[in-house]
Design a binder for this molecule. Structure first.
Ligand code: NAD
Length: 498
């Protein structure tokens, strides 16, 4: 018998019997730790109906009351952050210190949503015309869907859910079926914080659940994060069904190292950002672009650091890098290593066949480093989403920038240099949504917004922060006259401001 993970609908666990379920693994041992219920169309209806029932009262719940619930949730989340980090590690595999970092960033998003009263202020102009005042109101959309990926099972739901709720919407969250437990933990904490039943629902499953939300006439907006092909599909399908959609996709993030950079700092950064979370981050560095003549020295420094990385079960404090999320994903990532070798890239460190003490069934792949990678190779073109770091050589700043700007993805990019002018030029010229200057993973803080360009985001709103509040509200402008309501009789002319 394994545990069963089920939907959370209308403030309680779903009591039905699922027709389909999925396996949830412990990636460090390879064993099945739970089965998760997969929603059919009836459960989509139930979840959306619960959210729709909760909406009228929630949209009219005072800002004071909504804010108090958000503060209470923040306190509960903070008090139980270690528990949530352990849940993330048990199903995703990332090491606990990394999972704790994910939860810490999630808490920052909740803190931002605690400022809803300030953020939802409209504008007001007294006497826009004689005796006429004009003002704007930001109102919630209604029922919104949030669809999240496996790689941040706590943080990505909390990029969207707090802002959506704080704005007065009700939510159906469809987390990744690979690591579904964090979403239930979050929903239960919200309930404990006083969130009324039906305001946040969790629907587990696969394409059936996603399509059900995308096509449902009651769902007004979709926030999606996942791979680029699915993001494109979600954007096209959701908008075709009349919804507001933001769909964040995959990435291929480059880190440019100029010849004047501190190479030790750059090597530390490349290893941290390339192999943290086993490379399963949309902001992972997957290509280091070494500008001549520093390539050989930089590769030596990176390889040296890799040899000291400790790969192991994420529950052990000594582990720095955990396993991949599933056997299928492991096979896919390993196949890219084979492809890189066949394509003629120089394999400097080979992570295949790594042996980790005690857990032979785990989905292990050691840190892998390729040098002299070129743009036509699949290891360069595709998002691998594993611990495979490529070094490409460029003979100038312009050539390095050209590589990034020619890439179809545009999530993040970093430059390592001691030249402020070069950094200023890079931030101006690079075609990505998030830029790091001597910072390898430039994930914006909660009071900015997160989003890539090109194939890394479909839609025009970035996630969380100010753009999140914009996404989850629509504006109404009121023109009103109270004093001197005489209007001079019938006048068919277009109203002029006097
Ligand atoms: P994924 O696209 O496989 O799945 C994401 C979500 O879509 C999941 O909830 C999944 O159940 C659902 N889904 C999967 N296949 C579907 C289909 N055919 N139809 C409808 N829904 C479907 O992504 P993943 O493997 O869970 O996550 C990794 C990907 O997410 C990487 O590409 C990574 O770069 C990306 N990501 C992007 C960001 C960002 O901010 N841009 C952040 C995190 C992850």
């Amino acid at each position: 018998m394994t545990n069963r993970i089920s939907h959370w609908i209308d403030g309680k666990p779903w009591a039905g019997v699922a027709e389909r379920t999925g396996e949830v693994f412990d990636p460090a041992t390879g064993s099945v730790r739970a089965h998760v219920d997969f929603a059919g169309t009836e459960q989509v209806e139930e979840a959306v109906a619960a959210a729709a029932r909760a909406f009228p009262a929630w949209r009219n719940t005072s800002l004071a009351a909504r804010t108090r619930i958000m503060f209470a949730f923040r306190e509960l989340l903070s008090a139980r952050k270690h528990e949530l980090a352990k849940i993330v590690t048990s199903e995703h595999g990332k090491v606990e210190s990394d999972a704790a970092g994910e939860v810490a960033r999630a808490i920052e998003n909740v803190e931002y949503a605690c400022g809803a009263a300030q953020l939802l202020k409209g504008g007001f102009n007294e006497s826009a015309s004689t005796g006429v005042d004009v003002y704007s109101i930001a109102q919630p959309l209604g029922v919104v869907g949030v669809i999240s990926p496996f790689n941040f099972p706590a943080m990505v739901p909390l990029w969207f859910v707090p802002n959506a709720i704080a704005c007065g919407n009700t939510v159906v969250l469809k987390p990744s079926e690979k690591d579904p437990s964090a979403a239930n933990f979050i929903a239960e904490l919200f309930a404990e914080a006083g969130l009324p039943d039906g305001v946040l629902n969790v629907l587990h499953g696969d394409k059936v659940a996603v399509d059900g939300l995308l096509e449902h006439p009651v769902v007004k907006a979709i926030s999606f994060v996942g791979s680029t092909p699915i993001a494109r599909y979600v954007y096209e399908t959701g908008t075709r069904h009349g919804k507001r959609v933001q769909a964040l996709g995959g990435a291929k993030n480059h880190m440019v190292v100029l010849p004047d950079a501190d190479l030790d700092l750059a090597a530390d950064a490349a290893v941290s950002a390339g192999f943290g979370s086993a490379g399963e981050r949309c902001m992972a560095v997957s290509v280091v672009v070494a500008v001549d003549p520093v390539g050989d020295e930089l590769v030596r420094k990176i390889a040296d650091r890799i040899s000291r990385l400790r790969v192991g079960d994420g529950r052990r404090p000594s582990s720095e890098m955990g396993p991949l999320v599933t056997a299928a994903h492991h096979a896919r990532v390993a196949s890219y290593v084979d492809a890189g070798v066949s394509a003629g890239a120089e394999l400097v460190v080979d992570g295949r066949g790594i042996e980790v003490d005690g857990e032979p069934g785990g989905f292990w792949l050691g840190p892998t480093l390729f040098d002299k990678v070129t743009p036509e190779m699949s290891i360069y073109r595709d998002e691998i989403f594993g611990p495979v770091l490529s070094v490409a050589r460029a003979d100038s700043y312009e050539a390095a920038l050209g590589l990034i700007n020619a890439n179809p993805y545009g999530n993040g990019a970093a430059i390592f240099t001691n030249d402020g002018g070069a950094a200023r030029r890079f931030q101006n010229e690079v075609e990505v949504g998030m830029v790091g200057v001597n910072v390898p993973i430039p994930v914006p803080v909660g009071y900015y917004s997160f989003g890539g360009w090109k194939d890394s985001l479909f839609g025009d709103s970035h996630a969380y922060g100010p753009e999140g509040f914009h996404f989850f509200t629509r504006t109404k402008v009121v023109t009103s006259r109270w004093l001197d309501p005489s209007h001079g009789g019938v006048n068919l002319g277009f109203p002029r401001n006097t």
